[in-house]
Design a protein around this ligand. Structure first.
Ligand code: CAA
Length: 258
């Protein structure tokens, strides 16, 4: 049975990491199941994904410490690559991914949330990179994405001290966009996802690509990336539809992802 549940609501897909007995910790099997779940997403239909964890207590409590405890140097590197490949796949997945962080997001849990486009959390969420207390570095992109998302100084402080932070502090440092009561988190995530899904899908996908690819290069190159993707929109049905709707003062738009 898969450790990842996949549910479709309209044009939104909801992925739930479901290994509650280990607080949804990521072992190799969960990583494989997440990859398989992404394979199953129908990109013709689905316009936004939500990633969350099963239960009320934990989003993901990290990579599986039991599995990691006996790894050799080469196996450690391979396990890091397995996680990194998956998280990079999430980060570059063609459609937006919202992390709905419903509790502990520690180590690999904080790292998988950071590979998503947008993070929102419940008020019981706890974030942290506790790896140095286990004798390792963050291994699924934490040293890189935390420094880029918050600031190098804040990332270094959190990673070197291995201190966990609560939702309000995660919000203050810009690690999450918003904090909700536990019961309000999923409705808020679904509302946000539906708001994204109602827009022209190719334009949204191009925005994700422009932002992601542009952040990797200097401004002169970045702006050319945007120009190219902006231009590409003008050969889509949905550009004609979106602009016609405006000019005809029509509220309803029929975006067909073409
Ligand atoms: N790996 C494996 N099992 C885990 C786990 C993890 N990361 N986190 C929790 N579990 C398991 C516990 O072993 C426990 O299992 P048993 O019932 O079989 O003993 C079960 O989940 C429930 O956990 P606790 O009893 O510990 O629950 P708690 O409420 O007392 O504490 C917690 C919750 C503070 C999150 C605590 O479980 C904890 O500190 N977990 C580890 C967090 C962590 O260090 N994560 C980083 C891992 S390293 C990493 O992720 C490396 C990387 O970058 C790739």
């Amino acid at each position: 049975m898969s450790n990842v549940l996949y549910e479709v609501k309209g044009n939104v897909g909801i992925l739930t990491i479901s290994r509650e007995k280990a607080l949804n910790a990521l072992n190799s099997e969960v990583l494989d199941d997440l990859n398989a779940a992404l394979d199953a997403v129908d990109l013709e239909e689905i316009r936004c994904l939500i990633l969350t964890g099963a239960g009320q207590k934990s989003f993901v409590a990290g990579a599986d410490i039991g599995e990691m405890s006996t790894l050799t140097k080469a196996e450690g590197e391979a396990f890091g690559k397995k996680g990194n490949d998956l998280f990079r796949r999430i980060e570059t997945f063609p459609i937006p991914v919202i992390a709905a962080v419903n509790g502990f997001a520690l180590g690999g849990g904080c790292e998988i949330a950071m590979s998503c486009d947008i993070r929102i959390c419940s008020d019981n969420a706890v974030f942290g990179q506790p790896e140095v207390g286990l004798g390792i570095t963050p291994g699924f992109g934490g040293t890189q994405r935390l420094a880029r998302l918050v600031s190098p100084g804040m990332a270094k402080q959190l990673i070197y001290t291995a201190r966990n932070i609560k939702a309000d502090e995660a919000y203050r440092i810009g690690l999450v966009n918003a904090v909700y009561n536990t019961e309000e988190l999923m409705p808020a995530a679904e509302k946000m996802a539906a708001g994204i899904a109602k827009n022209a899908p190719i334009a949204v996908r191009h925005c994700k690509k422009a932002i992601n690819d542009g952040l990797q290069v200097g401004m002169d190159e970045a702006i050319v990336i945007e120009e190219k993707l902006f231009g590409d929109c003008f050969e889509t049905h949905d550009q004609v539809e979106g602009m016609s709707a405006f000019l005809e003062k029509r509220k309803e738009k029929n975006f067909i992802n073409k």
